[in-house]
Design a protein around this ligand. Structure first.
Ligand SMILES: [Zn+2]
Length: 218
């Protein structure tokens, strides 16, 4: 696991509420205290669709699913899991862009509860703070680990990074495959969806935006 910062999580949650981009959820309910209840509800669902839970193959599926929800799929519904963000003073006065390409993530479409998989592309222009680069990946991962909509998760990560890095100068692009498009409805396997958000210098400088678009379309 990774180092967590629940206090920072609360600050970010409030910031996203202010910006009206928070997820439609009651947070901090999905944890090991609710393990038995989740297990029971999954068992009920499996029984309703006709699975025989007395068979050894599926007997532990409700337990495995509850564990999967809490530990792997939806831990971003609990702000106690917000990752610790180590920042350092920008002592070397680096004020050009820092660009992160192809941060892979997996999420879940909140309309169909089917997987979304893709990449995030991030950039920021440091002011007084420099962040440990893998922390950018951690922020993407945290917001991906809840039922999501691509447009909203794009803006959640954007505003979270503005707050954490104390700068408006944030850019984000997300390019993702929605498995609900691939396996149900229209059933198109190759579609990818792109979303972007630009703040500060990125919003006003097309050349900087082009760097992001080029990263997204190698
Ligand atoms: Zn969907």
């Amino acid at each position: 696991m990774y180092s967590k910062d629940p206090e920072l999580g609360l600050i970010i949650h409030k910031h996203l509420m202010d910006k009206q981009v928070e997820s439609p959820a009651f947070f901090n309910k999905l944890n090991s205290n609710n393990f038995a209840l989740i297990e029971q509800k999954v068992a009920e669902l499996l029984e309703v669709i006709g699975m025989d839970l007395s068979d050894a193959s599926v007997a532990d599926t409700p337990k495995r699913t509850a564990k999967f929800f809490i530990n792997d799929l939806f831990y971003g519904l609990d702000y106690n899991n917000f990752p610790k963000m180590t920042t350092n003073p920008n002592n070397y006065a680096y004020h050009r862009g820092v660009f992160s390409e192809a941060i892979s993530f997996n999420s879940t479409c909140e309309h169909h509860m089917v997987a979304i998989s893709g990449h995030a592309y991030l950039a920021y222009i440091p002011k007084d703070k420099i962040i440990g680069l893998s922390k950018l990946n951690r922020v993407v991962d945290f917001f991906a680990k809840r039922p999501q909509v691509q447009e909203r998760v794009t803006r959640q990560i954007f505003y979270a990074l503005q707050k954490i890095l104390s700068t408006e100068d944030i850019a984000i692009g997300i390019k993702a495959k929605h498995h609900c498009i691939a396996i149900r409805g229209v059933r198109h396997d190759d579609t990818k969806n792109m979303t972007v958000e630009f703040g500060g210098q990125f919003a006003s400088n097309q050349q900087l935006q082009t760097v992001i678009y080029n990263m997204m379309n190698p």
